[in-house]
Ligand binder design. Sequence first.
Ligand code: ZN
Length: 426
Amino acid sequence: MKIENLCVRRLIGDVAGATTRGHKIAVKGGYIYQTFQGGYTLTPLGWRVVHKIENIIRDEMDKIDGQEILMPVVCTADLWRETGRYDAMAVLAKFKGSSGADYVICPTHEEVVTDYARSVISSYRQLPFMLYQIQTKFRDELRVRAGLIRTREFIMKDGYSFHETQEDLEHYYKLCFDAYYRIFRRCGLKNFIDVMSSTGDMGGAVAHEFQLVNEMGEDTLYVCDCGFRANKELEDTDSTNCPKCGGKMKKIRGIEIGNIFQLGKKYTESMHMTYTAADGTEKTPIMGCYGIGVGRTMAAILEESADDNGPVWNMETAPFAVEVIGLADKENKTFELAEKIYNDLHAAGVEVLLDNRDARAGEKFADADLIAAPIRLIVSQKNLDKNVIEVKYRVNDIDTSKMPNSFDIKTCVDDTIKTIQKLLHK
Ligand SMILES: [Zn+2]
C-alpha cells in the first residue's frame, strides 16, 4: 500500500470532543470515524488492527477446542420471550418488521446459541463443546463515552460452552480464563487483572471480568494485598474492608475488556434443552459464556500504550509490519531504492506501507508515528552514503535498544523479514 492511496484522514493538532488519550489518538490517527453518537466506522487502519485482534482471539479459542459459528444479528422476539429477557433487559433494542412481527437487535446471544445447540444435541456423548462467534452487537445505551470504550454498536467475541456437570464447566471455565490471559498479553496489554464480578443481566453464580487498570476506566474495582479483587457492583457496600482477610482494600479504576460467566441452567432450562444421560435419564446441560470486546480491546491498547505522537502497537496488532520512508534527494535515488525495498517486501508477503510522497521529512515522520508500524525503514541520502538503510522500532513490549539500527542495503529485505519473525515470537 502506498500512503497516498490509504483512504484515511490523519489530523494535525488537537481533536475536538475527545475525552481520553486513546480516543484522541484513535481519531487523530484516523483509526475510527464517528458516523453517529456511539457508532463508529472502522477505517482501513482501524479495521486492520481489529482484524489482528480477532485473529489472536480465534487462535486462542481454537486452541481450547472452540468452534466458530455466525449467528444472526437481528432475531425475532420469540426466543427472547422464552427466557423472559424480552421484557427484562433494559438495553435491548426492539423494532417491528413490516409484517408486524417483533424483532430485537441482539446485544448477546445466549438465546440464539441455545436454540441452535438444542437442535443438535441429544446425547451425553456430544458434550462438552464450545461455540463462539465474532460479530457486531447493539446495546441501546442511554450514555456513550470515550470513543470505542462505550459504544452502542460494537464487535464482540462471544463464546458459549455446554456441559454435563458443574465440575466439567469449572474445568473449562479455567481453560478459558487462562486463554484470556494469553489473548490480552499477545495484544500487548500489560496492566490488566481479573476481578470477581456480578452476573447482572446474564444470570448464574460465578463470574469474572478482565479489566485494564486505567484511570480513564468507568468501572470501580476493589483490590486487596491478599489477592482479593472485585468489581464495585459485586462489593456494593461502603465498606473498604476486604471480605477475605479483613484488611483495607484499595479502590482503582478499570476498563472492562472481557468477561466470563458460569451461567448454570438459566437458559437451557427455560428453553427446554435436554440430552439423554449415560443412565438413560433426560438431563439439562450446564452453560458457561465468555465475552471479549474486540473494539474495546483496541481502545484499551491505545489508552495504555499511546504517547503524544501516536499508538504503540506490537507486531501482532500493528496495521502494517513495516513502513518504508523515502526522503527526497536531488536525483530521486532514494525514492527508487525505497520503492524497490517496498516491492520486495510486498512480494515476500510482508504487510508494508510506502511513503514516497513529495513531502517534508517532518510530515512523513508525524504520519509514521500515527500509523506506528513496528519497523520503520528510512531511505535517505545520508544513509545511502554509508551503504545502509536506517531502522527505527516502535513496539510496546520489547526492549529494542540492542537490536540493529541499520541494515546493509543488500540484505535489508532479508534482515527485515528475520526481525519481523523475531518480534512475532517474543
Ligand atoms: Zn484481603
